[in-house]
Design a protein around this ligand. Structure first.
Ligand code: PLP
Length: 400
């Protein structure tokens, strides 16, 4: 998800070296820099047209935290300080800090911290298992509004296309349309966490382009530094920025490394590389082909229930092979087994087993580098097929 350009890219290393020779760090609260300003302009230029204001961070959770502080400032500046609650999908991941764990609804993940997390509400994912139409998620949304009052809701936060928590899943259009209607009616903001999907992973610069609504805030991170430097960003729509600029004019201080010249220079070089080599076009045109190939090879396996994909973000969801729909008994360790077997085959994948959360069973995320050759992508499909077949054989034997 991070190393979308592969490793050891000379032109990015050279950009980092040049910037470090000149000045690698200055404190964001006191100074801006040519690298920061250029990267801000470049990121705003590739974002949806309404999002023109950019603030940099060192990673994804920091970007989401900054987004939460920003939207809080927005409501306070607008004279609506009662807006303190967020709604987000229960099957999600937004980071390991306290507030981002709160956004991540997964009960198993956040249980120890629950007493410290408040005001963060959740709705079920609209998957084949929970809510194929999107109606149940909207009903849960309305129930929160009825219980807590529309005037207490600050924002809805979600990934446009999910990564680790529900690989390559996106709610049905009924949900997005319903969400936009509710924003118009109730005045909360919509924040898209594009920490994974930003910078081309799903075939467009931002996955937001593929949705029928425009968000008020976008966060992004992993692919912006592409593994060469830690950097994230928060993008705000003009109306969010202006509420603060025309009000107190104050956004609180950030982290020490926010917007430092070195990571910003790397971000510029990453954008240059993506553009020069037309890598997002490659992801967009090859993504459906890779999905078709993977689906054709693995969907006949009894362990596999669903194969999903958007660009170079793919997901495989497993079920109990005895009935094709129940969660696989957790003690069989399928997610862990897939990762181990894949590595044995020479493939790095990322599997999770959120069964105890109640929304989804064992599943695997695949996120090939944008620079993968056609042969490497075929090899990925073959190795994944072998991996699942081998694990399925073991699972069936144990179940028997
Ligand atoms: C969707 C999403 N949001 C936020 C984060 C947190 O980002 P970071 O680990 O850079 O803090 C992650 C990390 O995996 C993520 O996948």
């Amino acid at each position: 998800m991070v190393s979308s350009l592969g490793h050891g890219v000379e032109e990015i290393i050279e950009a980092a070296r040049e910037q470090a020779r000149e000045v690698s760090f200055i404190y964001n609260q006191q100074f801006t820099s040519p690298a920061q300003e250029e990267l801000a302009d470049r990121v705003a230029a590739i974002a949806p047209p309404e999002l023109n204001r950019v603030r940099f961070t060192s990673g994804g959770a920091e970007a989401n935290e900054a987004a939460l502080r920003m939207l809080r400032s927005f409501h306070v500046e607008k004279g609506q300080p009662a807006r303190v609650k967020t709604i987000s999908p229960a099957q999600s991941y937004h980071g390991p800090t306290m507030a981002t764990l709160g956004l991540s609804g997964r009960p198993a993940m956040r249980a120890p911290y629950d007493p410290l997390i408040q005001n963060q509400l959740h709705i079920p994912p609209s998957t084949w298992r929970c809510d194929p139409s999107g109606k149940a998620a909207l009903a849960a949304f309305d129930a929160h509004i009825a219980t807590h009052g529309a005037e207490s809701i600050a924002a809805f936060v979600c990934e446009p296309i999910s990564a680790a928590a529900l690989p390559a899943y996106s709610p049905p259009s009924l949900f997005w349309d319903g969400l936009a209607e509710r924003r118009d009616a109730h005045g909360f903001l919509i924040v898209l966490d594009e920490v994974v999907t930003g910078m081309g992973r799903t075939g467009t610069w931002f996955a937001a382009e593929q949705l029928p609504l425009t968000p008020d805030i976008i966060t992004t991170a992993k692919g912006l530094g592409a593994g060469f430097a830690p950097i994230g960003a928060v993008l705000a729509a003009d109306h969010v920025y202006e509420a603060v600029a025309e009000g107190s004019g104050l956004l609180e201080a950030g982290h020490t490394w926010d917007g430092a010249p070195l990571p910003c220079a790397v971000g510029i070089a990453v954008l240059d590389h993506l553009e020069r080599h037309k890598l997002i076009d490659r992801v967009r045109s090859l993504g459906p082909e890779v999905l078709d190939k993977l689906t054709a090879r693995v969907s006949e396996l009894d362990l596999v229930r669903e194969v999903r994909g958007r660009g170079f973000l793919l997901g495989v969801e497993y079920v109990d092979p005895r009935d094709g729909e129940s969660f696989i008994p957790p003690e069989l360790g399928v997610a862990r087994g897939i990762d181990k077997e894949a590595l044995r085959q020479g493939l790095i994948v990322y599997s999770t087993q959120p069964t105890s959360d109640g929304y989804v069973g064992d599943q695997t995320l695949l996120a090939p580098a944008f620079v993968s050759t056609d042969e490497e992508l075929d090899t990925m499909v073959e190795r994944m097929t072998t991996t699942i077949s081998n694990v399925e054989r073991r699972v069936k034997a144990e179940l028997a």
